[in-house]
Design a protein around this ligand. Structure first.
Ligand code: SF4
Length: 406
């Protein structure tokens, strides 16, 4: 990975281009016209979409495949050697994710290689200026390709506010090392969440050369996987991932300064989020701003009979529980005694839990002899309901003991 970024212009203000209204493919090509892609001639270019989950096109969960197709075409046109790579969240197989997202089909049509970035051994690198992390395990491709292009989909995120070009690079962390960022102890002497500080740390060594943010259909509310698709029909392009994210934030109706990892990363000099230092084209781009619903602070607001106890979990278990609630939350009323609150625990940080708590995921295995426990890393969302339905009461230990399954 080249440390120098040839896509940067020498202009005083950071250029960001927004294209709107012509569909995912044309918007991408149009926004990319703002960049001198010629510098990529003969170079190895890794396109890193968000294909970290099994999201279908239009779901807002993963990058629109036509945005990826357009990026392949644009780089091929200037003679670059292009590949598409991903390392998904825990429990998702890379090639299955590429198929589900439609990205595999776009790549096949163009005979473009798809890379399972989890397939080989990792490369460990130091983070000299790290605050809460000082080493990272990277997928080896990150260091082998000349240029990396981050191609996220525009989403709200229940733990990091938004997920865009900067955070999409977390999908270059090798296999389960992604999970470690979610499991750091509290950052002493600071009110910042360790996860946000860790993402800022990551950015000191892992920033893309070019960002193409897919705002064709994004996700509002309970992102990154259980929110609602939101159509914006926009694509944002910049060589500065922070500047691209700042503009995308505004298109989503929020501010980069209010997103802790972007604010901290910009303060540490890894990119620019100050809109006074960013030059967005065309001038009327703010006409296309939408208002993405923010993630609720507490998901018990949405599901009043459920309380999720989250202590040092990772996004895979969070997504599992949210998908379960989204799909089966209403049905829970049928299975819960009137007025009873269902406690669901995820994460490895719990030392004690209320009686009858459903413990989800291997991180809660220490409670498997005392509570209702669902194994898996992550478990399958539909298994949570089965675990509940299979019981006559939530005092499942007794049943499990009777069945010899505990
Ligand atoms: S059990 Fe859940 S929280 Fe723990 S590592 Fe696995 S997916 Fe993450």
């Amino acid at each position: 990975m080249d440390k120098e970024n040839p896509f940067f212009s020498k202009l005083e203000r950071i250029p960001v281009a927004v294209a709107h209204g012509e569909g995912a493919y044309q918007n991408t090509l149009k926004a990319l016209e703002s960049i001198n892609l010629e510098v990529a001639r003969g170079k190895r270019v890794l396109l890193k979409p968000n294909a970290g989950r099994l999201g279908t096109p239009g779901s807002g969960i993963t990058t629109d495949p036509e945005v990826v197709g357009a990026a392949i075409d644009a780089f091929r046109k200037v003679g670059a050697n292009v590949a598409v790579g991903e390392s998904p969240i825990t429990g998702i197989k890379t090639m299955e994710a590429f198929e589900t997202t439609g990205i595999a089909e776009q790549a096949r049509k163009r005979d473009c290689p798809l890379i399972d970035m989890d397939a080989r051994s990792c490369v460990e690198i130091d983070i000299p200026s790290g605050v809460v992390i000082n080493k990272l395990k990277l997928c080896p491709e990150v260091l082998e390709f000349d240029y990396i292009v981050s191609i996220p989909v525009m989403k709200m995120h229940m733990h990091t506010d938004v997920t865009l070009a900067v955070k999409n690079m977390k999908g270059c962390l090798w296999r389960r090392s992604k999970v470690q960022l979610h499991m750091l102890p509290p950052y002493k002497g600071s009110n910042e969440k360790s996860l946000n500080v860790a993402i800022a740390d990551m950015t000191s060594v892992l920033v893309p050369h070019l960002s193409i943010i897919d705002g064709s259909i994004g996700m509002e509310g309970l992102g990154p996987s259980a929110g609602t698709p939101k159509k914006l029909d926009c694509v944002v392009v910049s060589a500065d991932a922070f500047a691209a994210d700042a503009v995308a934030c505004q298109l989503m109706g929020t501010r980069a300064e209010d997103v802790p990892y972007l604010r901290m990363g910009a303060e540490r000099g890894f990119g620019v989020i100050d809109m006074d230092k960013i030059d967005v084209s065309p001038d009327n781009w703010t006409d296309w701003c939408g208002q993405f619903a923010k993630p609720p602070e507490n998901i018990t607001i949405e599901y009043p009979n459920v309380k999720v106890l989250d202590n040092n979990s990772c996004s895979a278990c969070q997504s599992t529980v949210l998908l379960f609630l989204k799909e089966y939350g209403d049905k829970l009323f049928d299975y819960l005694p009137k007025g009873e609150i269902l406690h669901i625990a995820i994460g490895k940080g719990h030392t004690e839990l209320p009686e009858k708590t459903l413990c989800v995921g291997n991180c809660t295995a220490r409670f498997k002899n005392s509570h209702n426990f669902l194994h898996g890393c992550p478990p399958v969302a539909s298994e949570i309901l089965k675990k509940l339905i299979g019981k006559t009461s939530y005092d499942s230990k007794q049943q499990d003991d009777n069945n010899g399954t505990s």
